[in-house]
Design a protein. Structure first.
Length: 474
């Protein structure tokens, strides 16, 4: 949060405004609920210099009919920084130099993030916050770490990653498109593209793509064509590689397909220029997969084509590549618990995705066991599990998630997995496409938990129609 304020008022550690800072209050409540600290940055209100001279942490923010009351502490100096370095959350525009009043919700810049981390570390052995210990175990609000102008993608390049050597040798990021799909993409015909995919294509796992998956394939060309200034990360064996995409035209070539039986004789390869790929951070320290924190290994790899990291994970990836101190993340209780579990070996440590697969399969088996046609107040229809074994069932569900690119089959929202979720309604849930059918191949899809609850035993096509109406306004 940014606020222009005089030096005398900053020194008091509190401020009252007749204005109701409703948006700031909501952000502050979200931060508190998540156990995160929320910073406040002060600009010089005496002139139009835009000078940022102090920052601290919010202790309380209340809004009522009389206005807003703010209390803050741990105030520290900021030297050599100005308001245009702050980016507003509402429109991603920089804050003007001549702003002398009013609260702005901004992304916390790197210089405040780094100052916070340094202060938290120094406080581990000393008191440093108005006589009290600085809350070193409290991490800054996740979105405050993020650079709003930089997206972070975890990516594989082509079927079985066959385009990776090309990307590495030519300093590009790339994807491919089947020859018969290209005309739909060039024409901007998303609906035609999706319909053709569902009718004629299979995923790498041999599963017919859902509409959101086909839409995701359609978007790949746009992502590669438009990427500029984004970070791309790729894991190759024990090395973690990264690059930054560059401005320039996308290069499109018609080449022999890697798997003609799957994609046809030829495919179009799309490549976008990037900086030289590196397997070292900006301080020349090698980035080794096995040296990463156990929690980081959960999100710095994807079995799909590409995955855009959510803001808190993206911020960690950026800090990792920058070579900055990662202690603020590693001190988080969830991260510490994950690391402690990983060190217990020799046992099998399941990823969040694997845990979700096991949970969904067990839930399906329990549902089927309780639905054997018995009559209570109504007849419960038979729901059989038609897989040879639980292991085969789990393998199919895992392949299904991968084929959906970890997206909800109905909404296209990003699925979340057990133990790595921040919204329980987005946790993955196994759904029977035909609610009267069985748990068997070609009748299953993975959706968000709330979608499965909304659908209940209803019709799949009807729910999709209603979701479409909501999105398009009728």
């Amino acid at each position: 949060m940014f606020y222009p304020l005089g030096a005398g008022q900053v020194a008091t550690g509190e401020y009252e405004s007749a204005a109701r800072w409703s948006s700031a209050f909501e952000k502050y409540q979200d931060a508190r609920a998540a156990g995160h600290a929320m910073p406040i940055i002060f600009g010089d209100a005496s002139n139009d210099s835009g000078h940022l001279y102090k920052w601290g942490l919010l202790d309380s923010l209340t809004v009522d009919d009389s206005g807003t009351k703010v209390r803050f502490s741990g105030v520290r100096d900021l030297g050599g920084h100005f308001s245009p370095e702050l980016v507003k959350v509402s429109n991603r525009e920089p804050v003007s130099r001549d702003v002398r009043r009013g609260c702005s919700i901004v992304y916390t810049p790197d210089f405040v993030t780094e100052a916070y981390e340094q202060a938290a570390l120094s406080a581990l052995n000393s008191a440093d916050r108005n006589g009290d210990e600085w809350p070193g175990s409290t991490r800054m609000v996740p979105q405050s770490h993020a650079r709003p102008t930089m997206r972070v993608f975890i990516a594989n390049f082509g079927l079985e990653n066959y385009l990776w050597p090309t990307c590495l040798n030519h300093s590009t990021v790339a994807t491919f498109e089947d020859e018969d799909l290209r005309p739909f993409w060039v024409a901007g015909d998303r609906d035609g593209y999706i319909a053709h995919c569902i009718k004629t294509k299979k995923t790498a796992a041999g599963i017919t793509p859902t509409a959101p998956v086909a839409s995701r394939w359609y978007n790949l060309g746009h992502i590669i064509s438009s990427t500029e200034g984004d970070m791309w990360i790729h894991r190759e064996r024990d090395d973690l590689w990264w690059t930054i995409s560059r401005p320039g035209q996308v290069m499109v070539t018609l080449e022999p397909a890697f798997k003609p039986a799957h994609n046809g004789r030829q495919v179009y390869v799309l490549q976008k220029p990037a900086d030289s790929w590196s397997n070292k951070n900006k301080k020349k320290v090698p980035l080794k997969w096995n040296a990463l924190h156990a929690k980081a290994r959960e999100f710095l790899f994807t079995e799909g084509t590409l995955q855009q990291l959510r803001p808190d994970n993206a911020a960690y990836a950026i800090a990792l590549v920058d070579g900055r101190d990662l202690a603020a993340w590693h001190a988080d209780p969830a991260w510490r618990a994950k690391e402690a579990t990983a060190k217990k070996g020799p046992v099998t440590i399941f990823s969040a995705r694997q845990r979700a697969v096991v949970r969904m399969v067990r839930t399906a088996q329990a549902t089927a066991a309780g639905a054997n046609g018995q009559q209570v107040l109504r007849t419960v229809k038979n729901k059989d599990v038609r897989f040879a074994s639980p292991l085969q069932f789990e393998q199919y569900v895992a392949a299904l998630i991968a084929s959906q690119d970890e997206l909800c089959a109905i909404t296209g929202l990003q699925l979340q997995f057990d133990g790595d979720d921040d919204d329980p309604e987005l946790l993955c849930s196994l759904d029977r496409i035909d609610s009267d059918g069985h748990y068997e191949p070609d009748n299953l899809q993975v959706v968000c938990r709330f979608i499965n609850r909304w659908k209940n035993n209803g019709n799949d096509a009807e729910l999709r129609r209603l979701i479409h109406l909501v999105r398009t306004g009728g």
